[in-house]
Design a protein around this ligand. Structure first.
Ligand code: PGD
Length: 771
């Protein structure tokens, strides 16, 4: 029996796989990964899963009625077509749309994590292809940290250069931090994942090492397991969405007891005095003190006061997780966390200051390469229209409508064709009923995906892509010290193809083949990307082998930065010589630019705003539980949900939802029951896990269960599987950031005693014979 061993890279870790007779028989973590992700347990079972797309498909309604808005998307049948037919039909449709409406009518913001691999990266492929055709409407920011990115760019100059790739390293935290105050925790499930891949998972051991050296951990989260047991954190189970109130209460204690670092605030920050007026209640008569914070967050005021005093007594790191800013007014916890750290005066010191997203992704706080990794150029986009990524449904439903974003007034373009590759909006977007109505507005929807996701089932033209195990590629990430020769392990499923090959054929049919391919096939591109990268980095690292040697070896160890990074250190040392890229050159606690925008939902300094949905809302009497729709632990987003490990967590086939025993008892709900979660936007079924690790009044249902409407013809239909985005609201975080606010919503929950509908999410749609 022929046996192959292949190394591979994935967002959930590097691994080695054994293949026998074109079947993946085992998957092993990369040697040296001390804490590999259990998500690897999903891989073998998904490679040939029935949810794979076997061949190109076209929606019957689109063939019958032509390219028109159609609410049958999501409930229609499909007709299989050959690859030449697909190329002909899709190239003619692209030509029609461009000639009739122009490139501004194509949306290919196409958000999504797709797969690891530097060449076959789906977004790079689709963007390059559409760029050679004249461009497309694009998207900016991410669903992960959109609000945080916009606010940090404004008040620190650059989120990426100051905090994402230049965060204080874990080693500095382990060695120096006395107190880690983690708003949103440092959840290991998220640090298992890093875009582009990671050959090791270090966060668990960093937390342990810190604990052993003496770091004290304080957790603010409605979920106790947002920090692992072994760090023995003090758990403050606050009301979800009230972190800013707690931070203000801490800040008030510092200010009123004279514990804040006035010298640092004067030398390194802009506008503290104006913020302090708000903090002390000088203008509105309401001091934002610990008693005020207790009334909002339900964290005892004495806890808040004593924590503030402890924060000044040693080296303190304040971490704000990305989940906090995926909520209404998500800019505020990030800005206020930074402001609180500024008041402590430890920004720029080893192990002290502010962190954004430790635990939100594995790469935050790890080392980095001193150079970039190979990448496939996307070319130039001649269309300058764009949207903040999470405003996609708004755009499709409101063509021509103006909207605010980061100080600009933009206008939603009129989109006729939606082109998606490498993402699943039915995973990442909020209010799925609204999303379905939005998708119905387009004349044509094209989706490339290896799997029949809900987005593929809403497409008019479905293009079956390979998975990364079915192609050669380069595995590399700026935050990982190993480059991996990702050699094809198995043959492509049925007639699925690499996105590059699909786009090559389309570009041929559209007369732009030379511009798209530059005369190279996939193998030549991979070699070219590697060699041109090698020539760029050779002056720094002379002994990088040529491509054939690397490919034969299978791995390449790359130089990794040491663990000495301290965020803001040069700015701290000399704020005049190393100013931040803000208008003041300092940390803007008061932002003159934001003040000039005159937004009512994001004023010039950090502020506590009541969330759109929280226990203080009028609708809380009807929908009293707070849904926490966080990222899952058994898969990456919706990827690998059909896999063995993810499936093992389901209850009667439904996604598990965790709730406190008191909330379950008062509703007559027992462990393992199926429940219905509902609000005014929609409903879904889930299986109950009862846990004291969840704050009373909260129900946690992670994202990623494939959307499974009971009646696919009804846009408001219940999801029988447990996708929480049927319940979340589709509204930007604020007029400034316009980020995704999908983390929190109000719901009611009741036991579901009806006959359990079957799970059909992983079944392909009905396919009619081609006529
Ligand atoms: P994935 O499930 O990773 O979700 O949203 P995202 O769209 O990234 O989707 C990737 C898709 O790419 C999958 O369908 C996969 O099959 C496909 N794919 C993989 N490889 C290839 C390939 O080679 N070619 C092609 N064509 N396709 C490929 C993630 C987003 O969701 C993120 S990042 C976050 S942080 C958000 N989090 C939340 C949240 O906390 N709460 C809510 N309610 N909602 C969220 N949504 C956001």
């Amino acid at each position: 029996m022929a046996q192959l061993v292949r190394s591979h890279s994935s967002h959930w870790g590097a691994y080695e796989t054994t293949v026998e007779n074109d079947t993946v028989t085992s998957v092993r973590p990369f040697a040296g990964d001390v804490d590999p992700s259990p998500i690897l347990g999903n891989i073998a079972s998904t490679v040939r899963h029935r949810s794979r797309i076997a061949q190109p498909m076209v929606r019957t309604g689109w063939l019958e009625h032509g390219p028109v808005p159609d609410s049958c998307r999501g409930s229609d049948k499909y007709v299989p077509v050959s690859w030449p037919e697909l190329t002909d039909l899709l190239s003619r449709e692209l030509r029609r749309v461009i000639d009739t409406y122009g490139n501004r009518s194509i949306y290919a913001g196409s958000y999504g994590w797709a797969s690891a691999g530097r060449f076959h990266h789906a977004q790079s492929q689709v963007h390059r292809f559409l760029n050679v055709l004249g461009g497309y409407v694009s998207s900016v920011n991410s669903y992960s940290n959109g609000a945080g990115e916009v606010i940090l760019d404004r008040v620190t100059g650059s989120m990426r250069s100051v905090l994402a790739t230049r965060s204080t390293s874990w080693q500095q935290i382990v060695e120096h931090t006395d107190l880690l105050v983690a708003f949103g925790g440092v959840p290991l499930k998220n640090s298992a994942v890093s875009p582009g891949g990671q050959s090791f998972h270090g966060v668990s051991s960093h937390l342990r090492n810190g604990k052993e050296r003496g770091t004290e951990y304080v957790l603010f989260s409605p979920l106790r397991d947002d920090l692992p047991d072994y760090v023995d954190a003090t758990w403050n189970p606050l009301v979800p969405g009230t972190d800013v109130a707690v931070m203000l209460g801490l800040a008030h204690t510092l200010a009123s007891e004279g514990l804040h670092d006035r010298a640092f605030l004067a030398s390194h920050c802009h506008g503290y005095d104006r913020f302090e007026r708000y903090l002390l209640g000088d203008d509105d008569g309401q001091p934002k003190d610990a008693d005020w914070a207790e009334a909002i967050s339900q964290i005892p005021s004495e806890e808040i006061r004593s924590l503030a005093r402890k924060m000044v007594a040693g080296r303190t790191m304040i971490n704000v997780s990305w989940s906090l800013q995926r909520a209404d007014h998500g800019e505020q916890p990030v800005w206020m966390g930074l402001t609180l750290a500024a008041m402590l005066g430890q920004i720029g010191l080893p192990g002290g200051g502010f962190g954004f997203g430790y635990g939100s992704m594995g790469s935050i706080g790890e080392g980095q390469l001193p150079f970039s990794v190979p990448s496939f150029s996307q070319g130039h986009n001649a269309v300058d229209d764009f949207i903040p990524v999470a405003r996609v449904a708004d755009m499709l439903l409101n063509p021509g409508r103006p909207f605010d974003y980061d100080g600009k007034t933009l206008t939603y373009p009129e989109i006729k064709l939606v082109y998606w590759a490498g993402g699943n909006p039915f995973h990442h977007h909020q209010d799925l009923s609204r999303l379905r109505k939005a998708i119905a507005q387009a004349e044509t929807v094209v989706v490339h995906d290896p799997f029949w996701t809900a987005m593929a089932k809403h497409a008019d033209i479905v293009v079956p892509s390979t998975i990364s195990l079915e192609r050669d590629d380069l595995g590399a990430s700026y935050s990982d010290p190993v480059m991996i020769a990702m050699k094809k392990a198995v043959e492509p499923f049925e007639s699925s193809r690499n996105d590059f090959d699909t786009f090559s054929d389309l570009s041929e049919a559209l007369g732009v083949h030379a511009a798209f391919t530059e005369g190279r096939g996939a193998d030549e591109w991979i070699r070219h990307l590697y060699e041109s990268w090698r020539s760029k980095v050779t002056p720094y690292v002379p002994d990088i082998p040529e491509f054939d040697v690397f490919w034969e070896d299978g791995y390449l160890d790359l130089p990794y930065s040491d663990q000495s990074t301290v965020a803001f250190s040069s700015f701290r040392a000399d704020p005049i010589a190393s100013p931040l890229r803000t208008p003041s050159g300092k940390i803007d606690i008061y932002s003159d630019s934001i003040a000039s925008f005159d937004y009512d939902d994001c004023i010039a300094h950090p502020v506590w705003y009541e969330p759109k949905e929280w226990p203080g809302s009028v609708i809380a009497s009807q929908f009293p539980l707070q849904l926490v729709a966080n990222n899952p632990s058994t898969r990456l987003h919706s990827q690998l949900d059909p896999g063995t490990y993810s499936q093992a967590s389901k209850i009667k086939g439904r996604e598990p939802a965790r709730m406190h025993p008191d909330d379950a008892a008062s509703r007559g709900i027992a462990e393992g029951d199926v429940v219905k979660l509902f609000n005014e936007r929609g409903s879904c079924l889930a299986g109950v896990r009862i846990s004291r690790n969840v704050r009373p009044g909260v129900i946690q249902l992670s994202t990623g269960a494939w959307f499974d409407p009971l009646d696919p013809t009804d846009p408001n239909s219940m999801c029988v599987h447990g996708n929480p985005n049927v319940l979340t609201f589709d509204q930007g975080t604020s007029r400034l950031g316009q980020g995704c606010a999908g983390q929190l919503a109000l719901v009611q929950v009741e036991r579901f005693d009806g006959e359990l509908p079957p799970i059909l999410a992983y079944d392909p749609p009905v396919v009619s014979a081609a006529d």
